[in-house]
Design a protein around this ligand. Structure first.
Ligand code: 2P0
Length: 324
């Protein structure tokens, strides 16, 4: 029975993706620039079984009751590449909160794509796998790669460009977990609402290419101070779109803002750190390695921070043996 197991890490965008130019093909309206994390991971086994009536998913030990359309579409794309008709059993586990703004869909679909490809004998470095992962989640192609990754729109799709390997600029990320619950509005629904209703959506899209080009230059130059300013600006611009969506997308909690204040005060004191926040209340503090202990100590003191997840930059999705 063709089967393979893959590990993938979530990634965090420093220049964000929010909004789609094509909902059917899950094509993003804007590019993005991310760092892949090493501290958090998804481990997924995909087994294609002749005679299985439909694709079956077990997520964090719980068997999904219904079919999962996005999962099936990803597997269909792999089956088409390998000319296989068998359904698959997918067993996936995250070692961090699922669906809570920690990019579990990015690592989840990257691991699914790589495990499924390997099980079907497709070269896991085949660039067509980026489009397979993207069907599952617009941020998932970034987790196929390690370190700093640029995801760009092309005329017909997207392409990833790894910019720097983890060792080329070994930043640290301290994630302040402020809630363990899932988000109330999915990114997918939120993006569609923003596109339809936010008066800031068009300016967000129009001003995004300049942020992406500048972000790419700053990463290549390893300019931490410049990247700090740009990443915080781009993050707040995305949240301005979210806040002005109808119904509003308020992903923050009071503790989220408290962390922003603490990180701002650290930077004013000369500590090399900046924040970014996604579609959830967790705060990700990105810092130079020598600042990681100071940043962690400060965030641990903030009332409402439940725990910290700390690590460096990680590698891309990869095959492991059954015990890996
Ligand atoms: C990002 N986010 O660039 C942005 C920032 C959340 C905020 O990509 O609809 O789960 O599956 O393509 O990838 C989260 O959205 O959305 C995301 P879909 P995805 O990281």
């Amino acid at each position: 029975m063709p089967s393979a197991t893959a590990l993938a890490h979530p990634n965090i965008a420093l220049i964000k993706y929010w909004g789609k130019r094509d909902e059917d093909d899950n094509l993003p309206a804007v590019g993005s620039l991310s760092v892949t994390l090493d501290a958090l991971r998804t481990r997924t086994t995909v087994s294609f079984e002749p005679g299985l009536g439909r694709d079956e998913l077990t997520l964090n030990g719980v068997v999904a009751a219904a079919e999962h359309p996005r999962l099936t579409r990803c597997l269909d794309a792999l089956r088409a590449l390998a000319q296989c008709n068998d359904h698959a059993r997918v067993d996936s586990e995250n070692d961090f909160p699922t669906g809570a703004g920690l990019a579990s869909s990015a690592s989840g679909y990257a691991a699914l794509t790589v495990a499924g490809a390997a099980a079907l004998g497709i070269d896991v470095r085949d660039s067509r796998l980026e489009a397979v992962a993207r069907i599952g989640s617009g941020s998932a192609p970034r987790s196929l790669h390690g370190g700093f990754v640029l995801l760009e729109n092309t005329a017909t799709g997207t392409r990833c460009e790894p910019l720097l390997a983890p060792a080329d600029w070994p930043l640290h990320v301290v994630v302040a977990v402020t809630s363990e619950s899932g988000k109330s509005t999915s990114s997918r629904d939120g993006m569609a609402d923003s596109r339809r209703t936010s008066p800031y959506y068009e300016p967000w899209v129009a001003s995004h290419a300049a942020d992406l080009a500048q972000g790419r230059q700053l990463v290549r130059a390893r300019d931490f101070a410049g990247l700090a300013q740009l990443a915080e600006h781009n993050c707040l611009k995305m949240h301005a779109v979210m806040l002005t969506t109808r119904p509003p997308l308020v992903y923050w909690l009071p503790v989220t803002l408290a962390c922003i204040e603490v990180i701002g005060a650290l930077r004013r004191d000369g500590v090399p750190v900046f924040y970014t926040i996604d579609a959830g209340p967790q705060v990700k503090a990105v810092c130079l390695p020598e600042a990681a202990d100071t940043v962690a100590a400060a965030l641990r003191q903030v009332p409402g921070v439940l725990r910290l997840l700390t690590g460096g930059l990680g590698t891309g999705a990869r095959i492991v043996d059954g015990n890996g």
